[in-house]
Design a protein around this ligand. Structure first.
Ligand code: SF4
Length: 463
């Protein structure tokens, strides 16, 4: 396992960023005496030769898209090198382990994966077969590992250059983007979130000096902007502010973005001017919906009035707010979907949202807290293990049809690099048609008025 290439670390997708988890695990394994090969299939090929050489392959699956891509790679590995041990690690490995362990992979690790993965490697070297806490296998199921991980500074020199990944578009120019994390997990338990069944309201801080050293290394590689990829940057606001202040002191020209929930933006509003002064270009916030019934059922911790207030606060602070949405859930109505569209149109906020967000449909992975929703019997269907999600149907069939039509529209628009404002109004036209209402598409587009340019990353897909 210790020879160059005996161990292979693969990342398939980390939202257009140079993969943090790969760089971090690589550094840890090097420290432990291994010499892994590292491949990010999002931007580089994985050769048959590399696969044939590997005796242990760890594939990072932190999100649904990564899992789907990881599955394809695992099948290819199985076909080329049947004997190698395949391990999936990350949020979606644990959630879907029951299905994955039926022949596709040999082990799945969730939560703070580093320590169980090191122990698994050691056990494979020794030929030991005892169960390892945190590692699920076909013979033994284990809970996600939630002990503080033995983190080291990620080693990024083995990864493709930062200029091969998503860029920031800011003030008419593009910037090379780096990525780091300052916390893992989340102290909240939103019902639809895949983090909830794994971390169950816990989060872990990554030491500030490690995060800063990682940023420093990426600035050296050319990063001009940093994405803080924490599930919520203000789970530990003092920690976050300490890091952004240090970042700004050392690199005053570097901008950054972070994900912060609406509730935290309101609660920690006094920090927003300092966040801006430290270089914050935009904040992503999981708005999800403007329908208070939906927000309550998801236990989001905010209301539609809070969203309005957050937009105002962020405007005052001079930080762009970029909402992420999940408007297709069993509780959204056609009327509330139309109101959501009106909200963005009337307040001139369309530019704040990538059109794909208006098409997002609730995913219910195995283990989701939503399986216990009191009204689940009304809409929940069977688990589709190969799709890594439960099926569900909206009580109003017009909503399912509308979602499908909008998905197709958005995909086509993305491929054609269509104007996002025009795409928005095409979405609105579909929603109006579903409600049996008419609208003048060209009038709406013309009436929208002057367009704003909101800082954004060039990669729009996100889950
Ligand atoms: S605050 Fe965000 S990351 Fe935390 S549970 Fe809710 S949706 Fe998930």
């Amino acid at each position: 396992m210790r020879k160059q290439g005996d161990t292979l670390l693969v990342s398939c997708y980390e939202l257009g960023h140079q993969p943090f988890q790969l760089a971090s695990l690589y550094a840890l394994l090097r420290q432990a005496g291994y010499n892994p090969a590292v491949v990010d299939t999002a931007v580089e090929p994985l050769s048959d030769e590399t696969i044939r050489q590997a005796r242990f392959v760890a594939i990072s699956v932190p999100m649904h898209t990564a899992l789907r891509l990881g599955e394809q790679i695992a099948r290819r590995i199985r076909a080329l090198n049947a004997e190698t041990h395949i391990c999936f690690y990350g949020l979606y490995a644990s959630l879907n382990e029951e299905y994955l362990l039926q022949g596709l992979i040999d082990s799945a690790i969730g939560g703070e994966f580093e320590e169980p993965l090191l122990k698994l490697l050691a056990a494979l070297e020794d030929g030991a077969s005892a169960s390892i806490p945190g590692v699920s296998t076909p013979q033994h199921s284990s809970q996600p590992w939630l002990q503080r991980a033995p983190l080291v500074q990620p080693r990024r020199s083995v990864l493709p250059a930062l200029d091969r990944y998503a860029r920031l578009e800011l003030n008419g120019a593009t910037r090379i983007v780096g990525y780091t994390e300052t916390t893992r997990g989340c102290k909240h338990t939103c019902q639809h979130c895949p983090i909830t069944p794994i971390y169950r309201g816990r989060f872990f801080a990554i030491p500030a000096d490690l995060a800063l050293a990682d940023i420093r290394a990426q600035v050296k590689q050319g990063a001009q902007h940093i994405t803080f990829g924490d599930p919520d940057f203000f789970n530990g606001p003092a920690h976050a502010m300490r890091i952004t202040s240090a970042l700004h002191r050392e690199f005053p020209g570097i901008s950054f973005d972070a994900t912060i929930k609406i509730e935290h933006l309101l609660k920690h509003r006094h920090l927003l001017p300092e966040l801006r002064a430290n270089g914050c270009a935009f904040v992503v916030s999981a708005v999800e919906s403007l329908n208070n019934d939906v927000l309550l059922r998801l236990e989001k911790g905010h209301t539609s009035a809070d969203i309005v207030e957050a937009f105002a606060l962020m405007e005052e602070a001079g930080i762009a707010l970029r909402p992420s949405l999940m408007p297709f859930s069993p509780w959204e109505t056609l009327e509330s979907y139309l109101q959501l569209l009106s909200f963005f149109e009337e307040r001139h906020f369309i530019e704040h949202v990538d059109p794909v967000h208006f098409s997002i449909r609730l995913l219910i992975p195995p283990g989701s807290a939503l399986l216990n929703a009191p009204d689940a019997w009304q809409w929940l269907g069977k688990l589709d293990p190969a799709a890594y999600s439960y099926r569900w149907q909206h009580p109003d069939p017009r909503m399912d049809n509308l979602q499908q039509a909008i998905s197709v529209l958005v995909e086509k628009a993305q491929r054609a690099q269509a104007d996002p404002i025009e795409t928005f109004f095409h979405i609105k036209a579909l929603a109006f048609a579903s409600a049996g209402r008419e609208m003048c598409l060209s009038c709406s587009i013309n009436d929208y008025g002057k367009r704003k340019v909101i800082p954004h990353l060039t990669e729009t897909w996100f889950c």
